[in-house]
Design a protein around this ligand. Structure first.
Ligand SMILES: [Zn+2]
Length: 170
């Protein structure tokens, strides 16, 4: 069975679940205030896939905020396909190849390639041994909405290669 037959490569809800599991291994974390213990998933008929609401700061969010997926209208499962393709290639994948493999426009392929190549540079191992990883969780007790204090939510790019290491594909 091809790895590309995994559900998250073609099903949008599954794609979100996959990315959420990578970014929030201990459950959703509000990117606005850092809270993790007063969050509910929104499931209305008109609600976009992957939308959560923080009942601490009363703002909605998705796992895309603060990542390379932010402000992109490209479906999450296409992002995952792109990540897979780029993570598999030893050198930087030409935009044209990405465009053809995914059946997307040249403009979209360019945006994806730019963001992913940049993210991969950022996710290289750092000297101090610190590792780009899942967002940490800050309990909301005693904090006011919008108050960031000494531990602001981390706006870090996901480690692209790490996404797939657990599947033995990197
Ligand atoms: Zn919040």
């Amino acid at each position: 069975m091809s790895i590309l037959s995994e559900k998250y490569f073609w099903n949008e809800a599954a794609a979100y679940e996959f990315v959420e599991a990578q970014m929030w291994p201990k459950g959703p974390v509000c990117p606005h205030c850092g809270t993790c213990d007063n969050i509910r998933k929104l499931n209305g008929a008109t609600t976009r896939i992957g939308t959560y609401k923080c009942y601490h700061c009363h703002r909605p969010f998705t796992v895309k905020i603060g990542t390379i997926f932010e402000a992109s209208r490209l479906p999450m499962h296409v992002w995952l396909q792109s990540i897979y393709l780029i993570a598999q290639s030893d050198s930087l994948m030409p935009v044209r190849e990405l465009e053809q493999a995914l059946g997307i426009s040249a403009k979209t392929a360019k945006v994806i390639a730019h963001r992913l190549h940049k993210a991969m540079l950022v996710s290289q191992p750092r000297k101090s041994g610190t590792k780009a990883g899942p967002k940490s969780c800050i309990p909301s007790a005693g904090r006011k909405p919008g108050q960031l204090e000494e531990a602001p939510p981390q706006r870090r790019l996901p480690a692209i290669r790490d996404f797939f290491s657990s599947m033995g594909a990197s």
